[in-house]
Unconditional design. Structure first.
Length: 664
């Protein structure tokens, strides 16, 4: 066990945040902490990081925090780079200070070993080599550059001063430093916020294979499902451990609740039966002993707590558009979007009742497209038009959270300012649908959390009852229950939705189509997200020339050549592959088998090359020869890509063989 908290109490003043916390971290567990906004998830991370202390009395010997040896805990705290003039590269290199110290000592030992062959020097040098390997010291530069680019930066940015980057970019730099630091226990609070889908997918792979422990607070359900194997839920100030990812936790929680409800009802029936018996016979002298026995049975029962349904309090609103739009809602043709220069050229058609998700890498123009459609930015070329009777409402999560308002203004007054003609009852009804009921409607704007500001902005926007919702990251700052409620609302919504999101689970539940922004351009897919993922796999598969493709291309070429020399009608490509009369299946199977054997031989040779290259990377004589190490690493990367290609070709060839085998 790496880390353990026993019976911890955390409170601020008289307010209890967490009660009787028992929390464990084993080996390389990937742990999710889930719960409603404000339940204490970040507080628990701060307790683990040592930023706050337990509130237990000193005399309470049962409580405490223990660690197995010295555990380095890494936590992405609020970004605060003191020296804004230092370059990003130099800032990140601070993480590798132990590596550089190790290198310096190894060089000193090398000089000493030229003059002496003492075993102590060799032993220390060997120990330092092992330490360098454990710290990935021989590949620190490549690790830094790879990760830096994965987060959307270019290598040239390493030379820029840290102060020249935006707050969001500086947060990414701090995140990169945390990942490169490779702590024993990594604490991540909403790590996918502001990351694009390719970066999130890369981060998933990195964390899944991370050889130490990771604790994650996140509202990204798909991210949690793919990374975590243990889930802790905080509810009603208490914490409970579940084995499995988020989906497994939800299933187990529902099963536990059903069982508890059943057990509670059975126990209550038994208590009522015994109580009724006691009441009936309590004044009968011959039943005194039996009455006392049954009363003691009730008193000694381990009482089953009445189950509390999930803490599912969430906003509820169903809005019917004021009027219905015509079939075509937005039609864009070669629409050029951007600021000073064109970021992307977009062509798409959005039709009534469709829900089109805009996805892709950051910086390609997703939010810029929305701003162009609503008129905040001018189009740089091409055209677009709204259909007849289209009335749109626009939501921007950035504006919702950072909008400058009077911090002393109440939620009710802020809403009333936007809709002055509403009666008080109408205002309270509208706000109540988004959880601002009772005293919450009198809460001051300066006291609102990010999630509350998002709810208020959505509430105000929806009062116009538009038939087209244009939403930019609507789920940011929302907890999981809030996302579920928004999904339900949008699925019931009778209008059309165009939205930008990085939340893949949300996209999979809502979208009926995908508009993808990528390095290759913008492409519309008239299908749901899961079907889009399958389509992308097929598209990527086509870029790999499989053995069967080679065979078919060769067969086509041979037959085309022979056909060109004949005076009769030459067979078309469809004839060649759709009609068996033009080729011999047995001959095809034989060629496919030979091709498969060829790929297996090539894969074996490639594996030998990879093993040899890895041995070269471990050569201590090359420890400081960075150009040579980079050359070897690049060759290793290429060989590993070659292996992936060979494996894909083998798979396709095997599938072809199965097909011909069943047909033969």
């Amino acid at each position: 066990m790496r880390y353990q908290i026993r019976h911890a109490l955390v409170q601020f003043g008289a307010d209890v945040i967490l009660r009787d916390v028992n929390f464990e971290v084993h080996d390389n567990e990937k742990i999710a902490i889930v719960g409603r906004n404000g339940c204490g998830k970040t507080t628990l991370l701060k307790l683990i990081a040592g930023d706050i202390s337990m509130s237990n009395l000193d005399s309470d010997e049962e409580c405490g925090i223990t660690m197995a040896g010295k555990q380095e805990i890494g936590f992405l705290r609020q970004v605060n780079f003191t020296d804004t003039e230092v370059t990003v590269g130099d800032e990140i290199k601070k993480v590798f200070a132990p590596v550089f110290e190790c290198e310096t000592r190894m060089r000193e030992l090398e000089e000493q070993m030229k003059l002496s062959h003492e075993k102590a020097l060799l032993s220390e040098y060997d120990s330092l080599q092992k330490r360098m390997e454990a710290m990935r010291g021989y590949s620190w530069k490549q690790d830094m550059e790879t990760m830096f680019q994965r987060f959307g930066f270019s290598l040239e940015d390493l030379e820029r001063p840290i102060g020249s980057f935006s707050g969001g970019q500086q947060t990414k730099v701090a995140f990169i430093k945390l990942l490169l630091g490779r702590p024993d226990i990594m604490l991540l609070d909403e790590p996918t916020n502001h990351l694009d889908l390719p970066t999130i997918e890369w981060l998933e792979g990195y964390l899944k294979t991370y050889d130490k422990a990771v604790i994650i607070v996140s509202h990204d359900r798909m991210f949690l499902d793919k990374v975590t194997d243990v889930t802790y839920e905080i509810e009603y100030h208490e914490i409970k451990r579940y084995v499995g990812n988020y989906t497994a936790f939800v299933k187990r929680k529902e099963e536990d609740l059903i069982k508890q409800e059943k057990d509670y009802e059975e126990q209550q029936k038994e208590i009522k039966r015994l109580t009724d018996w006691i009441e009936k016979w309590k004044n009968t002298p011959t039943k005194v002993a039996a009455t006392r026995s049954k009363r003691m049975a009730i008193e000694h029962m381990v009482k089953i707590e009445k189950p509390r349904r999930f803490d599912t309090k969430a906003f509820h609103a169903r809005y019917i558009p004021r009027i219905e739009s015509y079939t075509n809602v937005i039609n864009a043709k070669n629409l050029e979007i951007g600021y000073d220069s064109v970021l992307s050229t977009v062509t798409f058609l959005l039709q009534k009742k469709e829900r089109l998700a805009i996805i892709g890498e950051n910086g390609k123009g997703k939010s810029t497209l929305l701003k162009t459609l609503i008129g905040e930015l001018p189009a740089l070329g091409g055209e677009f038009k709204f259909g007849q009777n289209v009335e749109w409402g626009y939501f921007d999560q950035h504006k919702a959270v950072i909008e400058k308002v009077d911090p002393e203004q109440t939620v009710m007054d802020n809403f009333w300012e936007a809709y002055p003609d509403y009666l008080r009852e109408e205002v309270r009804s509208a706000l109540g649908g988004f959880l601002f009921s009772g005293e919450d409607a009198e809460k001051k704007m300066g006291q609102l959390s990010g999630g509350e500001k998002v709810r208020l902005a959505l509430c105000k926007m929806l009062q116009t009852r538009p038939n087209l919702l244009i939403l930019d990251e609507p789920t940011n700052h929302m907890d999981i229950i809030g996302k579920d409620a928004l999904e339900q609302m949008l699925n019931e919504y009778e209008g059309t939705v165009l939205f930008v999101s990085h939340d893949r689970y949300f996209i999979s539940r809502i979208a009926t189509g995908i508009l993808e922004f990528s390095a290759d351009g913008v492409k519309q897919y008239k299908m749901k997200y899961d079907d889009y993922l399958l389509e992308k796999e097929k598209e990527e598969g086509k870029t790999v020339i499989s053995g069967s493709s080679d065979l078919k291309e060769k067969s086509t070429s041979e037959r085309s050549d022979s056909a060109s020399h004949s005076s009769g009608n030459a067979p078309t490509l469809d004839d060649v592959f759709d009609k068996k009369t033009y080729y011999n299946p047995g001959k095809v199977r034989s060629r496919l088998q030979k091709q498969l054997e060829k790929y297996e031989k090539q894969l074996s040779e490639s594996e030998s090359k990879v093993a040899e290259l890895k041995m070269q990377l471990m050569n201590p004589e090359l420890a400081t020869n960075y150009p040579k190490l980079m050359e070897i690493q690049n060759a290793l990367d290429e060989e590993e890509k070659n292996q992936e290609s060979l494996l894909e070709r083998m798979l396709e060839t095997e599938l072809e063989l199965e097909e011909y085998g069943t047909e033969g």
